[in-house]
Design a protein around this ligand. Structure first.
Ligand code: DLL
Length: 428
């Protein structure tokens, strides 16, 4: 439940708490004398009390490369037998990332996910239909533990078997739905096809992949809910790092446990509030894998000031993209999220799309596969995309249902044809 002592404390109180916890972290890293401790020593830090919150910006970063270089347990900050669980990301875009948790870390994670669920409108007694994948991925088990900690009833569906999901949603009168935004759309579509009544649903917590305001509108059109954004990453803890409240005006970062900065991705220097930058997190209370200034690659802007919901936690915008998601097509920088905004903002197509970058020929092509609501929107979309991206994309309007729907895992928004292909029927 909303805990005013933690979520609505005065900024001075919170800063004092963060400083105290940061000192503890620095002392623990120095004592473990591992990679991060060594870097702190090199930076001239001899103990926690040498560090201030304002001086955090001068401390060394940690990166995904550090996790890979020290895979699987090289960055562990506790004895190996204190590791209660491991999670991570599957590494579809590279090598797997593995994250260790002590029992205390698991308790913290559950508390943060309970906070997120409550922030988005869940309460003890809620029925949480959890369609995030269970397993190494943090979505399923993280939300599950949070729902249990909140005192809700969790329905551990995992992804896939959409017909059965619809059945359970209606039979159990779930009020909270948790899954990826792409799967929420799929569930909405399937419920309409089945004529199912999902009116017990009130709110959804959707995350694990980028989604635009336009996609929010599309989800709220097919499901009778408020669609809230939940953000997190395995390296920091999983889901539960930040969540929107019912105001839907930025995600409250649980900054008493995850200190956040936004930096210029090129220079690493802090950017002012309101300016998009790469999110950098420090985890002062985590035990097994505490991270100092971890560079996420996720781009978002920070905003301070009290929210009408009463929380004083700093807010982050929706993730605008990832530093490494940018496509370069014929020299033009294209963010998939921008294409999503144009497509869905046009009101001409269904909220399902896929981008194909064809790099087989001498000059790269950007293909956009979508499904029309009515008529043939090709010319209008080519024009809108050109106006917004400065690039001529080739728009393919496929028959309804032909753009792949994701049932399990994260949506695949971009495919690249190097020599093989074509992965999507109807495109050439
Ligand atoms: O996706 C944790 C999670 C599970 C968050 C369920 C929310 C809900 P990873 O698999 O490690 O962890 O992937 C983390 O996914 O760095 C972002 O690029 C992206 N991501 C996560 N949440 C959001 C979001 C989980 N709300 C990576 N908006 C992150 C945009 C998100 N991108």
């Amino acid at each position: 439940m909303f805990d005013p002592r933690a979520e609505a404390m005065s900024l001075d109180e919170r800063a004092a708490l963060q400083r105290h916890r940061l000192w503890g972290l620095v002392d623990r890293l120095l004592a473990a004398d591992g990679v991060q401790g060594g870097r702190l020593k090199e930076a001239g830090v001899g103990g926690g009390s040498d560090v201030t919150l304002a001086g955090l910006r001068d401390l060394p970063f940690t990166t995904k490369q550090d996790l890979w270089d020290n895979y699987p347990f090289g960055l562990l900050n506790v004895p190996r037998d204190q590791v209660a669980a491991v999670h991570g990301s599957s590494g579809t875009r590279g090598r797997p990332t593995l994250v260790a948790y002590t029992r205390a870390d698991l308790d913290l994670w559950a508390a943060m996910c309970a906070r997120s669920l409550s922030c988005a409108g869940a309460s003890p007694g809620s029925v949480v239909h959890n369609a995030y994948g269970y397993g190494l991925f943090t979505g399923g088990i993280g939300i599950h533990q949070g729902a249990v900690a909140l005192g809700a009833t969790v329905v551990p569906m995992s992804g896939g078997m959409t017909g059965r999901q619809i059945r359970m949603l209606t039979d159990l009168d779930a009020d909270i739905l948790t899954c990826t935004p792409a799967y929420a759309l799929r569930l909405g579509e399937a419920a309409a096809e089945a004529g199912a009544d999902l009116s017990s649903l009130k709110a959804g917590l959707f995350g694990a992949e980028p989604w635009s305001e336009e996609l929010r509108t599309a989800i709220e059109a097919v499901l009778p809910i408020k669609a809230m954004d939940i953000y997190g990453l395995s390296e920091i803890i999983g889901p539960g790092v930040a969540t929107e409240c019912l105001e839907q005006d930025g995600l409250h970062v649980n900054e008493d446990h995850f200190i956040v900065e936004a930096v210029d991705p090129a220079s690493g220097e802090p950017v002012p509030d309101g300016i998009p930058g790469e999110l950098v997190f420090t985890t002062p209370t985590k035990q097994a894998l505490p991270l100092l200034r971890y560079r996420t690659g996720d781009i978002a802007a920070l905003a301070r000031g009290e929210c009408p919901c009463g929380r004083t936690l700093v807010r982050m915008s929706k993730v605008l993209g990832r530093a490494d998601d940018m496509l370069v097509v014929r020299g033009v920088n294209v963010y998939p999220s921008e294409v999503e905004r144009v497509l869905l903002g046009s009101g001409l197509v269904r909220p399902h799309y896929q981008l194909v970058v064809d790099r087989r020929g001498p000059s790269a092509r950007l293909l956009v596969a979508c499904e029309a609501l009515t008529g043939n929107p090709t010319d209008a979309l080519v024009r809108d995309l050109h106006e917004s991206l400065g690039l001529t994309a080739e728009v393919f309007v496929l028959p309804g249902g032909a753009v792949p729907r994701v049932e399990i895992g994260k949506a695949v928004r971009v495919v690249t044809w190097e020599d093989g292909g074509p992965p999507l029927p109807g495109l050439s």
